[in-house]
Design a binder for this molecule. Sequence first.
Ligand SMILES: NC(=O)c1ccc[n+]([C@@H]2O[C@H](COP(=O)([O-])OP(=O)(O)OC[C@H]3O[C@@H](n4cnc5c(N)ncnc54)[C@H](O)[C@@H]3O)[C@@H](O)[C@H]2O)c1
Length: 371
Amino acid sequence: MAITRYGVIGAGMMGREHMLNLSHLRSEGAVLTCVADPHPTSRQQAQQLSLSINSSSPPLQVFSGHHELLNSGLCDVVVISSPNMTHFEILMDIIKHPKPHHILVEKPLCTTVQDCRKVIEAARRRPDILVQVGLEYRYMPPVAKLTEVVRSGILGQVKMVAIREHRFPFLVKVNNWNRFNINSGGTLVEKCCHFFDLMRLFAAANPVRVMASGSIDVNHKDEIYDGKVPDIIDNAYVIVEFDNGSRGVLDLCMFAEGSKNEQEISVVGDKGKGEAFVPESIVRIGTREAGRAGVKTVKAEDERIKYDGLHHGSSYLEHLNFLTAVKAQGSGGAPAVDLHDGLLSVAMGVAGQLSIEKGRFVTMEEVLSEQ
Ligand SMILES: NC(=O)c1ccc[n+]([C@@H]2O[C@H](COP(=O)([O-])OP(=O)(O)OC[C@H]3O[C@@H](n4cnc5c(N)ncnc54)[C@H](O)[C@@H]3O)[C@@H](O)[C@H]2O)c1
């Protein structure tokens, strides 16, 4: 079987999660050869992890920066799992590197719309490189099942998409990069780009304008880093209007550990309603005609998943999908979640952040046309 060699840039929590996912894809020809990270502890943790999962593979090469990794010639695919504010520079360096490397970049694509646009422009000049954006919530089995239900037409024309994420606060990260908007892009970009991507998917439309209300009310108020208190919001309501007349709402709360589900998604069309619950992994489907008595509950599973990991198997399926696209390159292989999806998910988050700041609706044109 043909081997596909992987490198991981950024070996923190998510980088090591990618390492674990790749170790479950060895039978598909995925081999992790190298990682790059400036933080000695992360490098050490990556090495230890590699020893525990890669018993028969060549020893992992470890670099302190992405330039050495790219110049090593050791990999064909690069996973970017470094902090959000580093994505732009790393992406541009990979895209401009003489050796082609396919890229799986963690969400958010970049922290600003302008940077996303520059990446798209640069990637256009490199048709030999495939780029997939890590908006992997699409692959969570209940979300994928709900997508299938919506596409079957049983719900009719989608009119409303409501996504509730009620969860625990942001985790502690290496050098606390995620505590400040300047590094993460802001909560609505950093975390909620996943949900804006799902709204677009379910509405099958593009956003027109966004209205949001949110603030930092409970979390991180007693934390200080270099004399500064974190400025990332911990709760918000966001309304999105789409160009086909449908609308979406996001209800985010990050001090809601007392929730049975972390994500609850409801999609209502003119004929029926579908709901997905994560991590319960169930989907409910009902029609107006059959009423409450006709609501069916189904368990959502995907037997292809060999590793559940931190995101209910979605990272595994994301990798499987991208590896398939990489192998099929030249015969029509294309990433399922592309740079345009990455850009719009960031732009919707940026519009939400701006709406909170300004206290008014923000049009997508306003954020997308910003130079
Ligand atoms: N898809 C998801 O659901 C999901 C979940 C968590 C995190 N993420 C994303 O993954 C990325 C990493 O997040 P994390 O939680 O692993 O953070 P983390 O702080 O745990 O790890 C980040 C690592 O990147 C390293 N790093 C910093 N600058 C670097 C550079 N220039 N080059 C290479 N490495 C560098 C740090 O030293 C650290 O080891 C972020 O973009 C985050 O948004 C995605």
